[in-house]
Structures are given as C-alpha cells and as structure tokens.
Write a protein that binds this ligand. Structure first.
Ligand code: NAD
Length: 399
C-alpha cells in the first residue's frame, strides 16, 4: 500500500501498554497499515518504556516527546491514540484535532460532558474524526449476548436487571495511576465513571436509551493523597453507590457497587426477561465481556458456549471478518484495528464521540442524581441543563 498511517500514542501508562499489545496482535497477523511513529508522556520513564517495547516488538523506534503539543510541533502524524488521565483528554486531544489529526480517546472521552462537547466542536471545525476507545462491546462475549438478547430474543422481553458488586478492592492512592483517580478534579468521579463507563455503554448498546436515574452515593473513607498537579487532597470520589436506571423501553435496572464490602463478597449481574434470564460471567463492570449463561422459564439451561456457537454459525464470512478481524476476539485489538481502518478509509469508527457522550452522560446522570437527591433525566445531563456535580470540574478546567 501507499504510506502507512503515522500514529502517535499520547500517554504511556497502563492502558497504553494494552493498546500497544493490540497493535502488536494486528501486526503479527500481517496488518501493517500503521506505524507507531511517536509516543508522548510527561513521565520520561513511561515514555521510554513504551518506546523500548515498540522498538523491540515492531522493529521500529518511535520518536519520544513529553506532550502532544511538543510532538505536533515536530511530527507530521495522521492519528493519535489518547491514553491520558480523564482531566487531560481534552487538552491532549484538541491540539491534535485542530491540526486535522484523527484521534481515538480512551473512555470516558473527556472528564465531563462539556469536555466531550469541546472535543466534538473542535472536530466539527477541523474535520478530524474522534473514535471512542471502548473495548467491552467489541469482545466476543459482549457481541454474542447483544445478539442473543436483541436478535435471537433469548430472554424474551427484557424486564429488569441487577448488577451488584460488593467486596474489597484495595486502591493504593500513593501510585500515580490511582492518585488522579481519587479526586474529582482529575478523574471526574470514581468508579461510576471509570469502570462504570464500560457498563453504561453496554447497557445503552444492549437495552437502548435510559430515561431517568436515581442514585445514592457515599465516600465512606477519604484518606489524604498527593493529587498530581493539585497537591494534598482528600479522596472525594465515591466508594459506594446504589442506583436505579429507568429505561425508555420500560426495563428497570438496579446497579450498585462498593469496594469497601468487607468479608462477604456479592457479585451478581443478572438480566431478566419474560422468558428467562442471563447471568453474566464477569465479576467487574465489564458487562458480558465473557458472555453469560442462559436459564429459560421452561427449565432449560443453555451454557454460554452453546450460545456463542449459535451466534457464530449465523454470521457470514464478511461479518465475521468485520467483527473479529484476523480472528481476534479481544476488544482492544479490535478497537485498534477499527480506528486505523476508519482513518485509512475515511469511514466512521464503530464507536464515535456521540456514542461515547451518551455512555458518559448516563454516568454523570448518576452523579447529578446523587448530588440533587432527585431523579434526573439523562437527556438533561447530555444537554447540559443539569450539571451541579460537574460545575466545579468544568470551572477548574475552564470548560
Ligand atoms: N479500556 C479500559 O479497560 C481501560 C483500562 C484502564 C484505563 N483506561 C482509561 O485509559 C486512560 C488512562 O488510564 P491509565 O490507567 O492508563 O492511566 P495511567 O495513570 O496509568 O497513565 C496515564 C499516563 O499519562 C501520562 N500523562 C499525564 N498527563 C500527561 C500529559 N499532559 N501529556 C502526556 N502524558 C501525560 C502519565 O504520566 C501516565 O504515564 C483513562 O481514560 C482511563 O479511563 C481504560
């Protein structure tokens, strides 16, 4: 082919390494449409670590920079994969977008609803594309169960679900990757937004729009931490919530989580319809990542593996290749492929900024409902007319 897509990685922490593995999976299968030409991280060690990995595994060393701006001053790149803490999604992505560089932004695509809209406005102006890096719905298990519920109608009409995770998840607030996750000004929120963005994306994808939510949220433990760029702060993100999601379809969902559920663990993701129910096989908020087992009202039990077989049997070869390129069924490899293909062919990505905005608006609807103590319409949060929780964050970042 002609010149390869020149790609930059912006942010070289935990998820960037997973993306590198995704690109590597593609390369190992002969997909060499792109080349990782540059990496950026304000932490030199992280940038060099990723550059070394790329050199070792791809046979080409990317140029190393501190920030997106510095890189853009020196490189002609086509696309940037933004793997930054939530607070810097917009400030990392917008300089790229303004230069016409297409971006894939990790979930939740901006720290607040306004941050996402600011990126979208920049893209509207420059013509650059924004893809959302959201891997869960692209995993085999999630594609199978979405089909089983919506196409094969295996549980009939969905009526209600419960997703509850209570147990102990120790967070080491002294690590950089947790310190920014501990304060709203850097993370936007806690796990409702962080892990929760995957859950809300899947719920909207499988069950359609949510009309209204109610939510109670607590921060039971608020140790002091060293917040990057902010200094000493107390943890102010939720360590417990319970919520009700009222879907436009009439489906009602109960979603609760705490990382402070000492000694007795509860993990239940069960989705009930008028013909039976699916029990999720995963233990976090990555709904259906590993599929779900079906139990029907008539007493029949159908293991996930059988449903996956039925799903794959009804896909034609072209669909299989589109949904699982090169036979890859992990969501990260697939999102990397989808992004590069979208850039190469000037097509829309599977998940665009508008889709990501919907998933994060649902997350923020929970925060807004917990803040007001009232039910909140998700459309009002997406519209921006309900924003009391997000306002201090928007003011801090001048959004
Ligand atoms: N899809 C998933 O399953 C998944 C999993 C983990 C994280 N994430 C998302 O990925 C993003 C990053 O999370 P992470 O866990 O990799 O965080 P991290 O803290 O491990 O890495 C972030 C990196 O960005 C660098 N950085 C910070 N500010 C910068 C700037 N202005 N310019 C350049 N580099 C800068 C940091 O030095 C750090 O190396 C977040 O949006 C997060 O929600 C997604």
């Amino acid at each position: 082919m002609a010149d390869k897509i020149k790609l930059a990685l912006v942010g070289c922490g935990g998820i960037a390494l997973t993306h590198v593995k995704g690109y590597q999976n593609l390369l190992e299968r002969g997909y060499d449409t792109m080349q990782i030409a540059a990496v950026c991280d304000t932490n030199d060690e992280s940038a060099l670590n990723v550059a070394n990995q790329i050199e070792n595994n791809f046979g080409h060393r990317p140029n190393v920079y501190s920030t997106a701006e510095e890189m853009l001053d020196h490189e002609e790149i086509d696309a940037a994969d933004i793997c930054l803490p939530h607070a810097y999604h917009h400030s990392g992505a917008i300089p790229c977008i303004e230069r016409g560089v297409h971006v894939m932004v990790e979930k939740p695509v901006g720290i607040t609803v306004r941050a996402t809209k600011k990126m979208m406005a920049a893209a509207e102006k420059s013509g650059a594309m924004i893809a959302g890096a959201e891997q869960i719905r692209r995993c085999m298990g999630a594609r199978v169960i979405e089909w089983a519920i919506n196409e094969a109608k295996m549980i009939g009409t969905p009526r209600f679900f419960t997703m509850e995770v209570f147990g102990v998840t120790p967070f080491n607030w002294s690590e950089y990757k947790m310190a920014w996750r501990g304060v709203r000004l850097l993370g936007g929120g806690g796990q409702i937004l962080d892990g929760g963005a995957h859950f809300t994306d899947m719920m909207l994808h499988v069950f359609g729009p949510v009309d209204e939510v109610v939510c109670d949220m607590r921060t039971f433990e608020d140790p002091e931490l060293d917040a990057p760029g902010l200094g000493k702060r107390h943890v102010d993100v939720e360590d417990y919530w319970t919520s009700t999601l009222r879907f436009e379809s009439g489906l009602v969902g109960h979603w609760s989580w705490s990382r402070l559920g000492f000694r007795h663990d509860v993990t239940s993701g069960v989705y009930y319809g008028d013909q039976g129910s699916f029990k999720d096989k995963q233990k976090w908020m990555h709904a259906f990542q590993f599929g779900a087992d079906l139990k029907l009202k008539d007493g029949t039990d159908v293991p996930y593996e059988e449903i996956e077989r039925q799903y794959l049997d009804q896909l034609d070869a072209d669909e299989k290749e589109r949904l699982f390129p090169f036979g890859l069924s992990d969501g990260v490899s697939n999102e990397c492929w989808d992004f590069v293909e979208a850039v190469a062919h000037g097509r829309q990505p599977e998940i665009d900024a508008a889709t990501a905005l919907k998933a994060k608006s649902l997350c923020f609807a929970l925060y807004e409902a917990a803040t007001s103590g009232e039910p909140v319409k998700v459309a009002d949060v997406e519209e921006g007319t309900v924003d009391a929780y997000q306002r201090p964050i928007n003011e801090h970042w001048d959004l």
